[in-house]
Ligand binder design. Structure first.
Ligand code: ZN
Length: 276
């Protein structure tokens, strides 16, 4: 008997939630409570700049089971002139709740030339992650090729492609390196043909799930409200259905993968406020 399959009490991890964002931050207590009721034991909150990384850190201090990542998102690069990793990460270094560098990456969606301005800050953060043994949470939009070029500069790098969009290039990279693929609510959209066509190619040992809340609401709640961590169950159910796998087995596997990715304990009692 495998100890993993017998341990059905292990709780899910939402590997990507912007809990400090307006729409979630005002009722963080309720969001966290509903997450726990839905079986989510761990939430990883990535920052996108200095201010939100500090906000993510404060949420991690407030809630047991909430962890955080600090980083400068490609969309924030224009506001980060003179970026120095030593300075940026100083408030977070040594915090036991810091589990990754992120969210960082490249985004060519609105302006392909922006990638060249994003590269140096991405590279500096990848270097910091490798030096400190932290995984990276990667944002990628229409920039798979330059992103892989940057990742290939490092041999010790590990991390996750967040909000996976069906890119074959990124999936191949994850399959051959210490990288995970994170599925968000967009996998439940009928129109996500490209993404659906790759689902079976994602090794189950490399798969994690996220909400990217307040964005990417899964199909059942899309257009009705912002998403939140509890909605991760829709994504998990959808993926299990598509792959014809048991939801429970998939839940156990993605939870184990998340714990390995972020080096966090898997037997957390949930995301309730400390002292409860
Ligand atoms: Zn995000």
């Amino acid at each position: 008997m495998s100890p993993d399959t017998s341990d059905a009490s292990r709780l899910l991890t939402d590997t990507h939630c912007h809990l400090y964002w307006p729409g979630l931050a005002e009722h963080a207590d309720e969001v966290v409570e509903r997450a726990l009721e839905a079986g989510v034991g761990t939430i990883v909150v990535p920052g996108i700049n200095e201010e939100t990384s500090l906000a993510a850190q404060a949420l991690a201090q407030r809630f047991k089971g909430v962890y955080f990542a600090a980083g400068v998102h490609p969309s924030e690069v224009e506001n980060s002139e003179g970026f120095r990793p030593g300075e940026f990460f100083a408030p977070f270094a040594g915090d036991p709740k810091l589990v990754a560098v992120g969210e960082i990456g490249l985004d060519a969606h609105y302006d392909p030339s922006a990638v060249e301005r994003q590269r140096p800050i991405l590279r500096a953060q990848l270097e910091y992650a490798v030096e400190h043994g932290l995984p990276v949470i990667l944002h990628h939009r229409d920039a798979g090729r330059p992103l892989v070029t940057e990742l290939e500069r490092f041999s010790q790098l590990r991390g996750v492609f967040h909000c996976y969009d069906g890119s074959k290039r990124l999936l191949n990279y994850a399959r051959n390196h210490d990288f995970y693929i994170s599925l968000a609510g967009n996998v439940t959209y009928e129109t996500a043909h490209n993404l659906h066509s790759q689902l079976e190619r994602i090794p189950e040992s490399k798969l994690v799930v996220e909400t990217d809340s307040p964005w990417m609401p899964p199909a059942p709640v899309r257009g009705k409200r912002v998403s939140e961590s509890a909605d991760i169950v829709y994504t998990l159910d959808f993926v299990a259905g598509r792959l014809a796998k048991s939801v429970n087995m998939l839940r156990i596997n993605v939870t184990r993968n998340s714990c390995g990715l972020f080096q966090i304990p898997g037997d957390s009692n949930g995301v309730q406020p400390k002292g409860h």
